[in-house]
Design a protein around this ligand. Structure first.
Ligand SMILES: Nc1ncnc2c1ncn2[C@@H]1O[C@H](COP(=O)(O)OP(=O)(O)O)[C@@H](O)[C@H]1O
Ligand SMILES: [Mg+2]
Length: 322
């Protein structure tokens, strides 16, 4: 069953709210923004989906409609069959939402007081909450700053705290809007590991927006790419990579100056000194034969396979017409 369904979703921001934007972008003040322009997709339980697109593509607006924070102009979102806008309290219990750019925690409260407030709001038994916080702390490591007011936390601490707060009620679905933005590598890794772990262990569904393609490589199996509020691509990373970059490379370092036989010359992509790049297809069964051929003619020092850069793939997808 689909846990998340987005049907013909549209969000138009009226012009009057965008005077500053209009001034900045030199637009007519009458222009309304079609932030989300007819999106359709569905996500089933346990998927890890990267929701990607350039700045202003409509990702955050979509997530806000999924979380019931914004009402769609038209179309529908269903979270486990319910409307986030109309059945907000019910849907909130199913969702954990993190906006990396903006904390959901109470700025002036100590972190532990924020957790206590959330525990009461969700009606979680104190013993269950404590057990859950202990488990969350083992990965997110927040016990050392529980007594600090949220406003005094560093960015990495704050996002770890936000993630813990979003997970306190054990939701089956996580919506993460740029959860690793501005973090140092160590905090990023902690958060990536945590998201993957919670997905693998508890089957939590994850929808993630990020500009960090390492996050995508580490976390996502499927990409939904939007631009100008419209769908550009929706498929597994493997399929999209094969479509955009059908070739990868066998990179061979030779021991000394080499002369390739004519039948192998046709497969060469480029040569740099003693290193030679051969084009190969994904799932190419002729690679062992190619290596055998090469070693029959030349002395090989080292071999590696160079996958296409996910950066190139994503960039090409961004440029696709919606
Ligand atoms: N509250 C708002 N009022 C008016 N326009 C908005 C508002 N929020 C976002 N927008 C505009 O809607 C478009 C999509 O924004 P957003 O959903 O934040 O994109 P993304 O998260 O992909 O960067 C942008 O053109 C943005 O300027
Ligand atoms: Mg955004």
């Amino acid at each position: 069953m689909n846990q998340i369904e987005v049907m013909d979703l549209v969000k138009i921001y009226p012009a009057r709210r965008r005077l500053f934007e209009c001034w900045k972008q030199d637009l007519e003040p009458s222009a309304a923004t079609h932030a989300v322009d007819g999106l359709n997709f569905s996500i089933s339980a346990g998927e890890r989906v990267g929701f990607l697109g350039p700045n202003g593509a409509g990702k955050s607006t979509t997530i806000k409609m999924m979380a019931g924070i914004l009402q769609p102009t038209s179309g529908r979102v269903a979270i486990l069959g319910q409307s986030p806008h109309q059945q907000r309290i019910e849907v909130c219990k199913k969702l954990g939402v993190v906006f990396g750019q903006r904390s959901q925690l109470y700025w002036d409260l100590k972190l532990e007081e924020s957790f206590e407030l959330l525990r009461r709001m969700y009606g979680i038994h104190p013993a269950d909450s404590q057990r859950r916080l202990n488990r969350l702390d083992a990965v997110l490591d927040f016990s050392s700053f529980l007594k600090n007011p949220v406003r005094n936390l560093s960015l990495g601490q704050r996002i770890r705290a936000d993630l813990a707060a979003a997970m306190l009620h054990n939701p089956p679905i996580l919506l993460l809007d740029e959860p690793t933005i501005g973090l140092d590598l160590d905090s990023k890794k902690k958060i990536r590991n945590y998201i993957k772990e919670i997905n693998l262990q508890e089957g939590t569904t994850v929808l993630l927006t990020t500009h960090d393609l390492d996050d995508v490589e580490w976390l996502c199996d499927r990409l939904i790419i939007v631009n100008h509020g419209k769908m550009v691509a929706d498929d597994s990373i493997d399929v999209l990579t094969e479509q955009i970059a059908p070739e990868k490379y066998l990179v061979v370092d030779f021991d000394a100056a080499y002369e390739l036989p004519p039948e192998l010359k046709g497969k060469v992509h480029k040569q740099e000194g003693l290193t030679c790049w051969f084009k190969i297809k994904h799932h190419d069964s002729s690679v062992p034969a190619l290596i055998a051929d090469l070693s029959a003619h030349c002395v090989i020092c080292d071999l590696s396979i160079k996958e296409p850069d996910i950066e190139d793939v994503v960039l090409a997808l961004y440029q696709r017409k919606a």
